[in-house]
Design a protein around this ligand. Structure first.
Ligand code: PEP
Length: 252
């Protein structure tokens, strides 16, 4: 069975109540009649109630951009998975490269966050990807395999069946430089084969998104690749017309 595409926006640390309201109105209107693709937006924590209120009777899902690895306790500033669930989140991004590099999250922490998210019934969007230096050193396969295996080892391969993977080459995030369709497809294929090595049928159903400077102009050709099952969209998700066009590209 064909995998249904997912287009998820990552707003990062952008937005105000007023800007979000306008963006959400445009998305709700623009996506109302669209079938055949799943759409979601991942917002900063304080805006999750706004998303819940505006999106709850629509087909647009919402989520957060990070989660604590802990269930509860003395962890000042942290937000638990059950709190995200309280605000109706379906998804949470874990292991985004900005978390890995700017906040020092290692594979162990990312795996713990993944497990915490699933423990509360959230669907983790697990990000993996190599830096430019790693790509140029021929280390792409080793890096993304290590990042994926860390989660599969800690959570069990079956847990990947309740998750989404996002391949995001670090050099393509927010840089305007997109991986070519061939570069992206190659890594998606290797990730799927890696999972297939543990569970073939799970691998064939696993959604693997591409992220890194996706825009309306390049989404169609990326989404046409056999192992690209949608996108994780940063900058372009803040522009209603762009995001809507990318979602339409996902509907085929
Ligand atoms: C991201 O933040 O996940 C991302 C892919 O950003 P951008 O689309 O802006 O490159």
């Amino acid at each position: 069975m064909a995998r249904r595409k997912l287009v998820a926006g990552n707003w990062k640390m952008h937005g105000t109540l007023a800007e979000n309201a306008a963006l959400l109105d445009a998305l709700v209107t623009g996506l109302a009649a669209l079938r055949g693709v799943d759409c979601a937006v991942c917002a900063p924590f304080p805006y999750l109630p706004q998303l819940q209120l505006r999106l709850q009777r629509t087909d647009i899902a919402w989520g957060a951009q990070d989660v604590s690895e802990h269930e509860k306790g003395a962890f000042t500033g942290e937000v638990s998975a059950s709190m995200l669930k309280d605000f109706g989140c379906r998804y949470v991004i874990v292991g985004h490269s900005e978390r890995r590099t700017l906040h020092g999250e290692d594979d162990r922490t990312v795996a713990a966050k993944f497990i915490a998210a699933q423990g509360a019934g959230l669907i983790p969007i697990l990000c993996v990807g190599e830096t430019l230096e790693q790509r140029e050193a021929g280390a792409t396969e080793g890096v993304v395999s290590r990042q994926l295996d860390a989660v599969a080892d800690a959570a069990g391969v079956g847990a990947l069946g309740r998750a989404v993977i996002a391949y995001e080459p670090v050099w393509a995030i927010g840089t305007g430089r997109t991986a070519t369709t061939q570069q992206a497809q190659e890594v998606h294929d290797l990730l799927r084969r890696r999972v297939a090595g543990r569970d073939r049928s799970l691998a064939s159903e696993l959604r693997i998104l591409y992220g890194g400077s996706v825009k309306a102009a390049n989404a169609g050709e990326l989404f046409a690749m056999p192992d690209i099952d949608g996108g994780l969209i940063g900058g372009a998700s803040l522009v209603a017309g762009e995001f809507l066009a990318i979602c339409r590209g996902g509907a085929g």
